[in-house]
Write a protein that binds this ligand. Structure first.
Ligand code: ATP
Length: 434
């Protein structure tokens, strides 16, 4: 894999005349506009234009999808500067601070930006904090305590909750990575229909899949968001080259103000923890859990499909919600006794939101039918307690017992996943491997 991230490993490569400064930021946007990735790009471009050195690609780190204060996809960003003097550090920090202050949606009561600067080594403790933020819910006080211990410089705008994500974006270890190229709109077009040529996206997909993925969903363009944010489209892929190549193939009828490739933990399953058993799973965390289907799946109001997964420790309600579309059809075919490994997260109501399943074993399914006659024809009941009679040859039998016949299951063992439009940012698509 083309791993161009240097953020966690190259402390020594910065020579003695240079100073390395990590920058993390989060919680700058609101549901009605802006995007932390965009602010990051504007800042990086401005830094470069002013002669400051930004090293490597920016990082887009997705955090716990169940975090209570998230706006959309719970993403935080970070990047690294390599600067020549204390004066440069002061000037670069001021430039960044001013732009975060200017571009964040401060008027939204739910926006509480955080900006952090860190001149030290990414320690195991900082990495653990990042993983904790990706897998559990953390308190702001914990982030502040860690920052204090490591000597991280924190800037809190309003409540400053964004410092949690900012620290995590710097600390997140990236072993498995993907890349996302984000193209941004001219601000004059924010909120307007996105003018991306669908056929060119299909062609791009034909040429670059699976090096890029999640471009289409049932033939429809999946790279454009549906929010009024600055993003025109995002192309996800295995390497920086793949997403750059794909970007060249997409035709648009509106200006692209700027674009940037982020290195990211998206689509790596980093949010999932292996659950020892069902009883050990906690709300607002994501798991890989093994169990058996307890009851027949049911469709509830809204088109959601629900079933119960059971093991020796307890049971949990599992849901394939309406947005998972055709995946629900698969879930509806599950049968009591089917053995599964379920990948998903426990939401507000304690239900496991299914992202992927592996069917390990299918329960044997039987039906009871009238016996076959010696002549080969299926017999008919001769009346209660009177056995069966053949409608073809008239043969009669007194025995009332039905014949147990194995039913061929339409489902097959293997992995199944929700479609791209319903996929969590952190969920690893099957095309990336299992
Ligand atoms: P977007 O994806 O559009 O950038 P978002 O969905 O990332 O928006 P934010 O506006 O960044 O949402 O808000 C998320 C807030 O929750 C941030 O303040 C972040 O620091 C905080 N946060 C993120 N993960 C956790 C967590 N695991 N525990 C507690 N707080 C968290």
């Amino acid at each position: 894999m083309n791993n161009i991230d240097t953020a966690n490993s190259d402390f020594n490569s910065v020579n003695s005349d240079s100073f390395k400064v990590y920058v993390g930021m989060d919680d700058t946007d609101s549901a009605s506009g802006m995007c932390t990735t965009y602010i990051c790009c504007v800042i990086m471009d401005r830094l470069k234009a002013c002669g400051f050195r930004v090293d490597g690609p920016p990082r887009l780190i997705r955090l716990n999808p169940f975090a209570p204060y998230k706006t959309r996809g719970n993403g935080a960003v970070s990047f690294k500067m390599v600067l020549k003097s204390e004066k440069e550090i002061i000037n670069a920090k001021k430039l960044i601070f001013d732009l975060v202050n200017e571009l964040s949606v401060m008027e939204d009561p739910k926006t509480n930006p955080g900006l952090v600067f860190y001149e030290g080594e990414v320690t195991p403790e900082l990495q653990s904090f990042a993983l904790k933020t990706i897998r559990t819910i953390v308190k702001q006080a914990e982030a502040e305590k860690l920052a204090d211990k490591l000597g991280v410089e924190l800037f809190k705008f309003k409540k400053g909750r964004g410092i949690i994500g900012s620290l995590a974006a710097i600390g997140c270890p990236l072993d498995d990575v993907t890349y996302e190229l984000l193209a941004y709109r001219d601000p004059a077009n924010y909120g307007k229909k996105r003018l991306v040529d669908a056929e060119s996206v299909r062609e791009m997909n034909r040429k670059t899949y699976p090096d890029t993925f999640d471009n289409l969903d049932e033939g429809y363009v999946a790279i454009t968001p549906h929010t009024p944010c600055p993003v025109l489209y995002g192309i996800r892929g295995e390497t920086e080259d793949a997403v750059l190549e794909a970007h060249k193939l997409v035709n648009v009828s509106e200006p692209i103000e700027r674009f940037k490739v982020f290195i990211t933990n998206q689509h790596t399953d980093m949010h999932l923890q292996v659950a020892g058993n069902i009883a050990k799973m906690e709300q607002f965390q994501c798991y890989i859990v093994k169990g058996q289907v307890k009851d027949l799946p049911v469709v509830i109001e809204g088109g959601h499909v629900i079933f119960t997964l059971i093991d020796e420790s307890g049971e949990v309600e599992c849901a394939a919600y309406e947005p998972t579309k055709q995946f629900r059809e698969l879930v509806r075919q599950l049968f009591p006794g089917d053995q599964l490994i379920v990948y998903g997260g426990i939401g507000r109501k304690g239900t496991l939101n299914v992202e992927k399943i592996q069917i390990i074993n299918l329960a044997a399914l039987y039906k009871y039918v009238n016996p076959l006659c010696e002549c080969g024809k299926r017999m008919k009941s001769a009346g209660t307690g009177k056995g069966y009679k053949c409608p073809q040859c008239g043969n009669k039998i007194r025995n009332d017992a039905k014949e147990k016949v194995k039913v061929e299951r339409t489902l097959k063992k293997g992995f199944y996943e929700v479609p791209p439009s319903a996929r969590r940012h952190l969920s690893k698509p099957l095309v990336r491997g299992t």
